[in-house]
Design a protein around this ligand. Sequence first.
Ligand SMILES: *[C@@H]1O[C@H](CO)[C@@H](O)[C@H](O)[C@H]1NC(C)=O
Ligand SMILES: *[C@@H]1O[C@H](CO)[C@@H](O)[C@H](O)[C@H]1NC(C)=O
Ligand SMILES: *[C@@H]1O[C@H](CO)[C@@H](O)[C@H](O)[C@H]1NC(C)=O
Ligand SMILES: *[C@@H]1O[C@H](CO)[C@@H](O)[C@H](O)[C@H]1NC(C)=O
Ligand SMILES: *[C@@H]1O[C@H](CO)[C@@H](O)[C@H](O)[C@H]1NC(C)=O
Ligand SMILES: *[C@@H]1O[C@H](CO)[C@@H](O)[C@H](O)[C@H]1NC(C)=O
Ligand SMILES: *[C@@H]1O[C@H](CO)[C@@H](O)[C@H](O)[C@H]1NC(C)=O
Ligand SMILES: *[C@@H]1O[C@H](CO)[C@@H](O)[C@H](O)[C@H]1NC(C)=O
Ligand SMILES: *[C@@H]1O[C@H](CO)[C@@H](O)[C@H](O)[C@H]1NC(C)=O
Ligand SMILES: *[C@@H]1O[C@H](CO)[C@@H](O)[C@H](O)[C@H]1NC(C)=O
Length: 629
Amino acid sequence: MTRVSVALAACLVIPLLAVQAQYRYVSGNGTASSCNDGYSNATAPTPSYSSFAYTQTQVRQTATRASTFTSTPTYAAHYSSLSSLAPQVSTSTYGNWQSGGSPVGTSTGFEPYGTAAWTSLWQFANPVNFTRGIYSTTVAPTPVATAELVKPDPLYFGPTDCRQFPEGFMWGVAGSAGQLEGAVADEGKGPNALDVSSSEVPSFVDNFSADENYYLYRQDIERLAAMGIKYYSFSISWSRIFPFTEVGSPLNAAGLAHYDDLIDVCLQNGIAPVVTLAHLDTPLPVWKGNNTDRARRGEFGGFTNGGYYRDDFVDSFVQYGKTIMAHFADRVPIWVTFNEPWPVTTNAQAAYNVIRSHAELYHYYHDVLNGTGSVTYKSGGPLGIPLDPTNATHVDASCRYNDFYTGVFANPIYLGQDYPDAYKETVKDYVPLNQSDLEYFKGTADLFAINIYSANLVEPIDPSSGRTAAQCISNKTDPGWPYCTSTTTLTETGWQTGYKSQSASPYSAPRLTRTAFNYLWNTYKTPMILMEFGFPVFGEAEKDLDAQRYDTPRSEFLLSVMSELLAAIWEDGIDLRGAFAWSLLDNWEFGSFAPHFGMQTVNRTTQERAYKRSFFDFVDFFQARVPQQ
Ligand SMILES: *[C@@H]1O[C@H](CO)[C@@H](O)[C@H](O)[C@H]1NC(C)=O
Ligand SMILES: *[C@@H]1O[C@H](CO)[C@@H](O)[C@H](O)[C@H]1NC(C)=O
Ligand SMILES: *[C@@H]1O[C@H](CO)[C@@H](O)[C@H](O)[C@H]1NC(C)=O
Ligand SMILES: *[C@@H]1O[C@H](CO)[C@@H](O)[C@H](O)[C@H]1NC(C)=O
Ligand SMILES: *[C@@H]1O[C@H](CO)[C@@H](O)[C@H](O)[C@H]1NC(C)=O
Ligand SMILES: *[C@@H]1O[C@H](CO)[C@@H](O)[C@H](O)[C@H]1NC(C)=O
Ligand SMILES: *[C@@H]1O[C@H](CO)[C@@H](O)[C@H](O)[C@H]1NC(C)=O
Ligand SMILES: *[C@@H]1O[C@H](CO)[C@@H](O)[C@H](O)[C@H]1NC(C)=O
Ligand SMILES: *[C@@H]1O[C@H](CO)[C@@H](O)[C@H](O)[C@H]1NC(C)=O
Ligand SMILES: *[C@@H]1O[C@H](CO)[C@@H](O)[C@H](O)[C@H]1NC(C)=O
């Protein structure tokens, strides 16, 4: 069978009509929308004078604080009853690493995981231009001044729908440890892939302080609660918990205590914590590996391979995940094992290890801890959408693209099905899945979680390149491998999919988000949750503070996506359970502070935060449309 017929067959599980129906081509000159405001019958306006007085009124409203929980929701037994089911590990403390000296603070490490061994991890990491931030201890929260909580005037144009989100719809904000925390070498944390990338990728600028959220988390949560936020999705730093990573190595007590308190502070403020275990921050010992690993690493694309392919990855990650789940399962409603594993797709062993360790943690959570919350992983976007949905070769190319982005993990995890055929034909050393593997993997995610920032319009590989798809697929060094398709954000009408933002996926695509939801829902048939969506306003970092705060393009993007979510729920029949905006703060975007994704600004000198208007627009939209929680 040729690849095309195989891929087309795979695509037939998707009801194409449902996907295409939203994007009919309508030709003609277009007509202005009809209106009847009482003036439309008049033939011409009539000038007139009146007595003049300044009559404008200023509406002054403030944000509504999140209500606290009447009783703390629980999702499993307390750790005291689960401790015998957790990995049996010793705890240690290590203090703060000093470049060129011994660590400062208490250290209780035991051999071979003593203070010297911990220090040598950092010496090996050798972070370039290492600096510490302003804070060195947890800052006590202070109430947000009412003046900061005053809403901006309503947007001139905005959603006018009357739809409600279903009861229990989860909405909130998202961030990740490596992008917010700072304090990278403090309180026993070991180095991870993000901490060392500055020494490997010259353009990867990092001063290791990010938003200093490790010390400012109580204040940051206070600021979320003051705005009415109901859910906070954050990630735990694996190397803060297990600096040495390997099975049997000690648990860093200070790291565990930090997240324990973070979760409690969320709950005290009426905010439900959503926990991600891995967000591109594999600890150095796994990521860096031995010399053999290092030689292989280049082959898989730098830091993004995450060390996931290593033999010891599954056991180390599962030890970490079980430890965290056992300690926090009582209080956490949603668990995310991996954020966006797609960069490791092309390494067959890495892809397999992701699926295996994810499934082991799912079974541990539900079958051993008897957790009643949800376990999932975050699929990455942008998804592929056919450039011309009426052209079968475009649909085929788009399905192939999505098979690589999502199908390699999602087929086994959601459907208990083998990797997509397109994958097996391209990554020929794929780890075979037998029947018992597939049964073990099937249904090991309670939600289909997806991060969507934009969309890629897909068509077959460009013939003018002189290559064919078949040549590309069999040629690992082809620049288009493994997707072997062409992608664009320029639609057939000659317009971009949306406003240009400042990121690698430069055009937003709020309407296409709904198409992506239809594809995923009808393919994987699992309740969905939008785990990240956000928007870096072009050039925002160069504006002065007040201009940054008046971020209309971000508001428009968020409101457009949220309106599309309502349409997906009401018109397309999609069971959509929640949406989290990326991000609560402008943060470190893997090598730069310039792309601003935050709904709050951060002063890079003082770490002072300020709300942007998008934060108010985001909250207002949900508060008006989610039944009282
Ligand atoms: C569009 O407008 C042009 C010029 O006014 C006219 O000739 C043409 O018939 C119109 N097309 C349609 C489909 O209405
Ligand atoms: C405008 O014209 C329509 C049709 O003749 C009529 O029904 C309507 O009442 C008019 N509206 C006003 C404001 O005069
Ligand atoms: C961190 O980097 C940012 C952006 O380059 C800079 O504005 C800030 O001052 C730096 N902070 C420290 C503590 O070096
Ligand atoms: C480190 O600092 C030097 C001097 O300021 C600068 O030239 C260099 O680009 C910095 N390197 C990184 C990776 O930040
Ligand atoms: C390097 O680590 C890998 C695990 O990914 C292991 O299979 C291999 O044996 C190690 N090589 C040496 C020389 O230690
Ligand atoms: C989980 O449920 C099983 C079956 O009901 C039971 O045997 C086991 O003791 C429970 N474990 C915990 C930690 O509650
Ligand atoms: C379908 O797309 C292919 C590749 O872009 C193109 O060559 C072909 O002409 C298109 N077919 C139709 C019917 O538009
Ligand atoms: C399936 O493969 C796994 C390893 O991936 C192996 O442990 C298991 O024994 C295999 N099961 C069967 C029935 O072959
Ligand atoms: C594979 O792709 C590389 C990079 O484009 C190219 O140089 C090479 O000729 C291709 N090999 C074959 C067999 O097509
Ligand atoms: C950051 O804070 C400092 C000190 O208050 C101030 O001088 C500077 O203008 C602020 N930066 C921005 C971008 O507002």
